[in-house]
Ligand binder design. Structure first.
Ligand SMILES: [Zn+2]
Length: 500
């Protein structure tokens, strides 16, 4: 009895986090990868085929840091528009946030509400991280274990800054102690809240209320200090952590040294910290507000170079968009901050440009190997966030989540398909599929882009024929397991084990 094969992708150059397999066919059955081999259409002559003729075929992107439809962002993307934008940029899974407010005394209604927002409204698969703003004893001891077990929510995000969400060191230690016991991945936004508040007060008192003052209020040293501090807290408590959206060279150096000392420390950076300086916060007609995000874009290009280095040398485990958009021309969007920068909603849109910006400027320029690209954009997020048994690589049994790029001129020449090479273009916001009225990447040249995105065997993005061809509701909720990348070491700073 022959296997039902639903689709065969032919002549792919498959890359995983470890290997490149040239001229390989991928047979897909029932949403999963069934076989890799050569000349598979001869075994399944009636199955439909899709030629990738020499092009890279990579695991679908996993964007592990995406904000969608949170209460604090009324003009941002909905689940529908945000995930539509994701698949158009080669991302097949987003991990977004279910965000507790300080007044929420239980997490269960919070999670139910985010399920309600997402269910049936997603073009790609999704999971939730929990933002903990009020980590009461009851939540830590009674609710988190149930959310891990029943909901497969295995990661939390903690804030060291933003007054409504900020946790103090003692709270951080208590939460980390709870997440350690449950094997949850603990994400931390590391910036020193008091430094920022003090600088903000001084700037506003001098009338420095323009968008650029946002960057002045959040200097590198605020990230550097908080990064070092949370590394120390994590070492004290022997807890694996991931520091999100890093932007500073000195802070990345702290992480690097901790990793060299074998602490289970992971870190993330984002596209905007590779490409833009704080110069973007200047600009006429309040346009600088478009690029207000935290940490702020850095002034010194040296920091941008250090982020590139950190991607290549392994300091960064994941590369995520931190898609946290607000519309620009809207009274509740970026323009809310015309009187003072402190009112500008933080964050940038980027879920669609994450994969192509790194592929073009990293892989195609030779700055990063294609395997490193896969590791950063798919395999490591899958491993770190408990999806490594079904996503993040190309192998039999895995979900058939794939992104097919255009062949480079060289690849196309080898396969005799020169007409399949993509014509480079300069990005315009209207080409994107989010519901935001600008992109920080406006005008940037792209020499490649996902040609097809495939979600569990279904073509959901076909750039040349139809664009978004998937349907809202194609995406499903992912119950996640534990991280396979990090665990506590059982090593303490002295003879006392604080967890016993
Ligand atoms: Zn974020």
């Amino acid at each position: 009895m022959a296997m039902e094969i639903d689709l065969i992708i032919t002549h792919a150059t498959i890359a995983t986090a470890s290997d490149i397999l040239p001229n390989t066919d991928i047979a897909i059955s029932n949403g999963k990868i069934a076989l890799l081999g050569t000349n598979l259409p001869s075994l399944f002559p009636t199955s439909p085929t899709l030629s990738a003729a020499g092009a890279y075929v990579l695991p679908g992107g996993i964007d592990s840091h995406v904000h969608l439809q949170q209460d604090n962002s009324p003009t941002g993307d909905t689940w529908e528009t945000g995930t539509r934008s994701a698949i158009a940029g080669g991302t097949t899974t987003v991990l977004a946030f279910a965000s507790q407010k300080r007044t929420d005394e239980s997490l269960f209604p919070v999670v139910q509400e985010y399920h309600r927002r997402a269910a049936g409204n997603a073009y790609c698969d999704y999971g939730f991280h929990l933002i903990l703003a009020n980590p009461s004893e009851k939540i830590l001891s009674e609710e988190l274990p149930l959310l891990v077990k029943d909901e497969g929510i295995t990661s939390v995000k903690l804030y060291m800054t933003y007054q409504p969400m900020r946790l103090h060191d003692l709270e951080l230690l208590d939460v980390m102690s709870a997440t350690r016991a449950l094997g949850m991945t603990t994400m931390v936004h590391a910036e020193n809240a008091d430094m920022i508040d003090w600088m903000t007060r001084k700037l506003e008192a001098r009338g420095r209320t323009e968008p650029y003052a946002h960057a002045l209020a959040r200097p590198n040293i605020a990230e550097d200090e908080a990064t070092y501090r949370v590394l120390a807290l994590a070492e004290l408590a022997d807890v694996p952590i991931l520091i999100v959206h890093m932007s500073s060279k000195v802070a990345a150096g702290h992480v690097r040294r901790a990793q060299t000392a074998l602490l289970p420390v992971h870190a993330e950076t984002c596209p905007h910290y590779l490409f833009f300086t704080s110069e973007k916060l200047r600009g006429e007609n309040f346009h600088g507000a478009m690029c207000v995000c935290s940490p702020a874009l850095r002034e010194d290009p040296m920091d941008l170079g250090a982020m590139w280095e950190g991607l290549a040398n392994g300091t960064f485990t994941t590369f995520s968009s931190d898609h946290a958009p607000s519309k620009f021309d809207h009274p509740l969007g970026k323009k809310k901050g015309t009187a003072t920068f402190t009112q500008i909603p933080n964050g940038l849109p980027g879920v669609e440009t994450r994969m192509p910006s790194l592929f073009c400027n990293g892989v195609l320029t030779g700055r990063l190997s294609v395997q490193k690209f896969v590791e950063l954009t798919a395999s490591n997020p899958a491993k770190l966030y408990g999806l490594s048994d079904r996503k993040g690589t190309i192998a039999p049994g895995y979900d058939a989540d794939l992104v097919i790029w255009y062949p480079t001129a060289e690849q196309a020449a080898k396969h005799g398909t020169p007409d399949t090479v993509m014509k480079p273009f300069n990005l315009k916001n209207e080409m994107l599929h989010h519901d935001i009225d600008y992109t920080p990447f406006e005008g940037m040249e792209f020499t490649n882009w996902p040609r097809y995105t495939i979600l569990r065997g279904k073509v959901v993005w076909n750039r040349d024929e139809g664009g978004v061809v998937g349907g809202v509701g194609d995406g499903g909720y992912l119950k996640r397991g534990r991280s396979t990348l990090s665990r506590p070491r059982g090593v303490f700073v002295n003879e006392f084990n604080p967890h016993e």
